[in-house]
Design a protein around this ligand. Structure first.
Ligand SMILES: *Cc1c(COP(=O)(O)O)cnc(C)c1O
Length: 387
């Protein structure tokens, strides 16, 4: 059987794959089984922060694999401790819990919020508020957090205690806070899966202020927006706010599984021995990869991300066949006249890999994509949208 036939026969049908097998790559170029070259503007959904098989990243991974690949959380390992220190130093957060994915990083955030609220305000203070149109993961609890009904169907009952409010409507949230014991509010500063929709500065600052006033934990899901993606190390840094809890994953280790939940002042000591755990969490190879990735996301790289973002906005805004451009940094959504799926298929044919998010074409290129490749890909997308 061919790879495609094996996959269709033996893999559960949860993914509708493109008719394309990727066998190798370098940076922002990837190659299919016939040797055809593609410019990758998806980065494995914001995961390969420095592209595919990047030399510096590879060296960090190989070096750690040759020392020790896993020891469990029963022992100290250097990459895990050093990465936690780097994350706290760069964010002002106080403690870190490591896991393996975005959903798990949110699970930990929710557990931290529930325990803090139960201890501080009593066991009835357990509601977690999230936004309509949000996405927080696929476990039964993070599905409950996800404010999109179509993900919930046929998986009931989900974890109770979640309420979804309208993004941008601070009055609705204030009214809810007057009648409900809210433990925490979890937001994405830019809704990714929801269609690359940034929240307004007023709203995010209003949520943060309300949280402070009512001792509600202000939690930011930086799984997709984190690690340089929006032109700041974390998206909340564009908004002039300081969260109590930050969850992140996708781009953190540049292509290896790693989730992190960062705990601020209020919740830094909420967990005691045995309260939470993960066998693979803090894996030394993933952490060594993340140390390499994070140490390269400096001011110069972030400035480059913002410049490339401005270039993409300039190129696409008002272009024929493109109705609007949304996003922040190198997280871009295009509302196109033709259906997004058709645009993505036509771009693939012409050697450019894009994603969709709801009814939009979504671009999540590597943070270090060379300008010439970005220009070439953008011209192809423009031509496809105009056709
Ligand atoms: C992708 C994503 C998740 C889920 O991450 P997994 O690693 O797939 O569990 C959670 N929140 C946001 C905002 C995401 O984009």
């Amino acid at each position: 059987m061919s790879i495609k036939e094996l996959d269709t026969t033996y893999i559960a049908h949860t993914y509708k794959r493109f008719p394309l097998e990727i066998v190798s790559g370098k940076g922002s170029l990837v190659y299919d089984e016939a040797g055809k070259e593609y410019i990758d503007l998806g980065s494995g959904i914001a995961v390969t922060s420095f592209g595919v098989a990047d030399d510096v990243w590879q060296q960090a991974v190989i070096e750690q694999i040759g020392k020790v690949q896993h020891m469990s959380n029963l022992y100290y390992t250097a990459p895990c401790a050093k990465l936690a220190e780097m994350l706290c130093r760069k964010t002002g957060m106080k403690k870190v819990f490591f896991s393996n994915s975005g959903a798990e990083s949110n699970e930990c955030a929710i557990k931290a919020a529930r325990k803090y609220a139960a201890e501080t305000h009593g066991p009835d203070c357990s509601t977690i508020v999230t936004l309509k149109n949000s996405f927080h993961g696929r476990t039964l609890t993070t599905l409950a957090a996800t404010g999109q009904e179509h993900y919930h169907e046929l998986f009931q009952p989900l974890t109770p205690g979640f309420v979804h409010v309208t993004a941008g409507d601070l009055d609705e949230l204030k009214a809810l806070a007057d009648t409900t014991n809210i433990a925490g509010i979890l937001i994405e500063c830019v809704q990714g899966e929801g269609g690359v929709v940034p929240l307004s500065k007023d709203y995010v600052q209003g949520v943060a202020a309300l949280c402070k006033e009512k001792d509600i934990l202000f939690m930011v899901d930086e799984v997709q927006t984190g690690n340089g993606r929006t032109g700041q190390l974390y998206a909340y840094m564009n908004y002039g706010v300081q969260p109590d809890i930050v969850s992140t994953a996708k781009g953190l280790a540049g292509g290896l599984p790693l989730g992190a939940t960062l705990l601020g002042d209020k919740v830094q000591n909420v967990f005691g021995y045995g309260d939470h755990g993960s066998t693979f969490g803090g894996n030394p190879v993933s952490c060594a990869a993340a140390l390499s990735v994070l140490s390269r996301i400096d001011d110069a790289l972030l400035a480059e991300v913002r410049e490339k973002s401005a270039y993409l906005f300039d190129t696409f805004q008002g272009a024929p066949g493109i109705e609007s451009v949304s996003g922040l940094g190198l997280m871009i959504g295009l509302k196109t006249k033709k259906p997004a799926g058709e645009i993505v298929a036509a771009c693939m044919e012409k050697g450019v890999l894009c994603l969709t998010a709801k009814d939009k074409v979504r671009l999540l290129p590597a943070l270090n994509i060379p300008m010439d490749l970005l220009r070439k890909a953008a011209e192809i997308i423009k031509a496809v949208c105009a056709a």
